[in-house]
Design a protein around this ligand. Structure first.
Ligand SMILES: *Cc1c(COP(=O)(O)O)cnc(C)c1O
Length: 350
């Protein structure tokens, strides 16, 4: 049976940019991709994607992996030893949403930093660092997320990152970029991805978020790092065989779905603006494709609004008693945003 065309999708699904389905052109690219056994390094489509991602980041090499979580956890395991400490923001994906993996898989503890919109400063980092002493864990790795999801889809500037990286070098820390949405950061700030990546020892990118591929992420770094990462990918069960069928979708996404991220950003900004006109809604600053907002209690609760929206075929996530999130993506049009804003405003009354 053919898959339903985009225009037949009845629900305006703003829960996440992970809900996208491959376009017809992407499916064609997947079906016609030359394949081989990637564990023998024989898959030309995977090899092409990995070379391309390495070049894009200005790194020696890259590995294609099943998920963003695995990309982060392979990087963490490759950089650390059990007992080490990782420094990151308390709103980090690696802390909030990866099932405790740094502790379970790598035996690392997390030192959590505060700061507006998921960001921190070199001084925050310096204050968190442990002296060299047998009592203390070894502070080994600093992780930055860009864009910062729970921070509001916020965008780190190259300058901010350069300063954190400089402090990390002084302190003997490695730097890892959780770049699940790094292309959103690049498009929003007009930055070349290399300019971000030069400040890191390892970087990731997700193809299955705003880029619209069904599966897959990549992790990049220098040769020594990637050799270790390849072993851990195997150990974690993430080495795949004819995975070129998936890498083809990622290649297609890099060809066709990067520049268009600006449409997602425009749509998110429009939604934020429409909602902010209602005094019962407090909207966080919107920098990319993620809109967080809080409902005044007189407008009911977030789960109540989530349920009302669903009855009207609009989907969003309630993330707290009064807090909701909407994320724009490939399948969301101007008209959808108009309609969704209208339904939200009608649902909470004036
Ligand atoms: C989605 C996401 C990931 C990885 O998620 P997977 O679902 O495992 O692909 C990692 N970091 C951030 C910031 C994310 O938003």
């Amino acid at each position: 049976m053919p898959h339903p065309p985009d225009s037949d999708r009845p629900v305006i699904d703003l829960r996440s940019d992970t809900v996208t389905q491959p376009t017809d052109a992407m499916r064609e690219a997947m079906m016609s991709a030359p394949l081989g056994d990637d564990i023998f390094s024989d898959d030309p489509t995977v090899n092409a994607l990995q070379d391309r991602v390495a070049k894009m980041f200005g790194m020696d090499a890259a590995l294609f992996v099943p998920s963003g979580t695995m990309a982060n956890q392979i990087a963490i395991r490759s950089h650390t030893e059990p007992g080490d400490e990782i420094i990151c923001h308390q709103l980090s994906h690696i802390y909030l949403y990866e099932a405790g993996a740094p502790a379970a898989i790598s035996g690392c503890s997390l030192r959590l930093l505060n700061g507006d919109r998921g960001m921190f400063t070199p001084d925050d980092l310096r204050a968190a660092i442990r002296p060299v002493d047998q009592h203390f864990p070894v502070s080994r790795l600093c992780v930055i997320e860009n864009t910062q999801n729970r921070g509001g889809g916020s965008v780190w500037s190259v300058d901010q990152i350069a300063k954190i990286s400089e402090a990390s070098r002084e302190l003997g820390l490695k730097m890892h970029l959780d770049g699940a949405r790094i292309m959103n950061a690049c498009v929003a700030s007009g930055t070349n991805v290399k300019d971000y990546a030069q400040h890191f020892d390892s970087t990731t990118i997700c193809f299955s978020k705003g880029l619209g591929a069904p599966v897959g992420s990549a992790v990049a770094g220098n040769k020594t790092f990637i050799n270790r990462a390849r072993r851990f990918r195997k150990m974690f069960g993430g080495a795949m065989r004819q995975s070129g069928i998936l890498a083809a979708a990622a290649n297609h996404a890099l060809d066709h779905h990067v520049d268009r991220l600006k449409e997602d950003h425009e749509n998110a900004a429009t939604l934020a603006k429409r909602l902010s006109k209602n005094p019962k809604i407090k909207v966080d600053p919107c920098e990319t494709n993620i809109v967080y907002f809080d409902l005044n209690e007189s407008a009911g609760t977030a789960p109540e609004l989530e349920a009302k929206l669903l009855q009207n075929n609009v989907r969003m996530l309630a993330l707290g008693p009064q807090r909701l999130r909407a994320v724009t993506h490939l399948h969301i049009t101007n008209a959808d945003i108009d309609h969704a804003a209208k339904i939200i405003l009608e649902s909470i009354g004036t």
